[in-house]
Design a binder for this molecule. Structure first.
Ligand SMILES: *Cc1c(COP(=O)(O)O)cnc(C)c1O
Length: 460
């Protein structure tokens, strides 16, 4: 499973540290109860190691911090916008850039511009905010990821791939006119950070070209996807992550991007497209929702930090250490017999809560309960990616019952050390030893949109 026999190490040294607060078991029991057993509702202060998300939690480099001082905070035409535009051209190759406050701002613009009421939007597994924006624009999301993605024990290295037969059947059923674009996530967050292969993308480009369907990337973690292609796909071992990233983009028509993941910033995102007409409409809409088209809800300094972060994110050494750390934690948990999604993906470890807690039914929110239990054990904050995140079917009002019921241990980039990984693994092992005592939960408050963020629970 390891990437190579020789150890990797971080290609940086530490210049500043942030001290962490230690808590007692009694304090944690109270904190998680007050938070309604939802780790999103914990105070960050009460968390020891925060694996809630890799979104906006990266450590910026000295270069990025100095970039903040170069913020050109003009309302229009900020120098930093042009620097970001240069980075997007250089590393991704897209023609037009519209900055947004974060990824979902770009998803909103793209959905509003391209989706008409009654349209079908296929994708390789849903993502929470992406699907919601598609639905709000009148579209219906259809999952066309390969079946292997739903099987946490299948070792196929490209479980993010699009099932071209499923897509062909969908085109037959609805007609290509009803499908404005396919949304391709690289890597697939909800499948456990699983990559898409270049071969699959090329074949998808051929198929969609035949039908006049666009490919829009959700390229939030494209550098991580590129690293997996470099490691596992024939013909790519000698290519740089940067070259692979650019090749991925070349088979697509545009992308939404959350700078808070790969690009190593705390806030930011963009929509990038090649088509002039889409660009014009989106840059008109962005002034309604985000801000002028040369800042899109961001400060000039944020755009500067993102431009620098994009360049850092595609460095081979960075990616090797990034994925190496995730793999290290994965190997530790595997050694201890913890059921996790395999192969280990890009941005975190996903514990299979159905196999961890076989005595609970999915209605008892096993992943939610397990995340609460891990926090209580050690102050390590994880999150649910299962039935709570999946939400309800907008037509029937019933829960979606996703095959994968997961607890996500997301690793922030450049933030924690190997010793932190050891502490995390030991905590999960301890909870695993006592798993039979873990009780399910009952939902006592359910918000209407993206309920996982704010839902509250009680122990059964
Ligand atoms: C985070 C994320 C988004 C949304 O981006 P935000 O910056 O959080 O709005 C979209 N797609 C994927 C795959 C993500 O991980």
């Amino acid at each position: 499973m390891s990437l190579s026999k020789r150890s990797w190490a971080e290609p940086f040294k530490i210049k500043m540290v942030e001290l962490l607060k230690m808590t007692t078991p009694a304090q944690r029991q109270k904190a998680i109860k007050d938070a309604g057993y939802n780790t999103f509702l914990l105070k960050s202060e009460d968390v020891y190691i925060d694996l809630l998300t890799d979104s906006g939690t990266s450590a910026m480099s000295d270069q990025q911090w100095s970039g903040l001082m170069l913020g050109d905070e003009a309302y229009a035409g900020s120098k930093n916008f042009y620097n970001l535009e240069k980075a997007v051209h250089k590393y991704y190759g897209f023609k037009h850039l519209i900055p947004t406050h974060q990824g979902r701002g770009a998803e909103n613009l793209l959905s509003q511009v391209l989706i008409k009421k009654g349209d079908i939007v296929p994708g390789n597994m849903y993502f929470t905010t992406t699907r919601l924006h598609q639905e709000l624009a009148g579209g219906t999301f259809v999952d066309v990821i390969i079946d292997e993605a739903h099987d946490s024990e299948n070792l196929f290295p490209f479980k993010g791939n699009i099932d071209l037969d499923k897509l062909t059947a969908l085109i037959k059923k609805h007609g290509a006119k009803k499908i404005p674009y396919i949304c391709v996530a690289v890597t697939v967050n909800m499948a456990g950070g699983q990559p898409v292969s270049m071969e699959n993308l090329k074949a998808l480009r051929q198929l969609t070209n035949k039908h006049g369907i666009k490919i829009m990337l959700d390229m939030t973690r494209i550098a991580e996807n590129a690293f997996f292609i470099q490691q596992h796909e024939k013909g790519y071992a000698k290519k740089s992550v940067a070259a692979i990233v650019k090749e991925i983009c070349s088979y697509t028509d545009g992308a939404t991007f959350s700078g808070k993941k790969d690009a190593l910033v705390n806030i930011g995102g963009f929509l990038a497209v090649n088509d002039q007409a889409i660009f014009e409409e989106a840059s008109n809409l962005v002034v309604v929702y985000e801000g002028l088209h040369t800042y899109g809800g961001l400060a000039g300094r944020d755009m500067e930090a993102m431009a620098i972060g994009i360049a850092e994110s595609v460095q081979d050494e960075h990616m090797k250490a990034r994925i190496g750390q995730v793999q290290y934690l994965g190997d530790k948990l595997l050694e201890a017999g913890i059921p996790i999604v395999l192969p280990v993906g890009g941005h975190g470890i996903f514990i299979d809560a159905k196999r961890f807690l076989p005595h609970l039914t999915q209605d008892q929110f096993p992943a939610q309960a397990l995340a609460a239990e891990i926090y209580t054990d050690s102050g390590v904050r994880t999150m649910e990616r299962g039935i709570v995140s999946a939400g309800r079917n907008k037509k029937t009002g019933n829960h979606y019952y996703p095959k994968l019921e997961l607890v996500r241990l997301t690793i922030p980039r450049r933030v924690y050390t190997q010793a932190h990984m050891d502490v995390i693994a030991e905590s999960v092992e301890h909870v695993f030893e006592n798993r039979k005592k873990i009780k399910g939960l009952k939902m006592i408050y359910e918000p209407k949109y993206l309920r996982f963020f704010q839902a509250r629970f009680q122990k059964l």
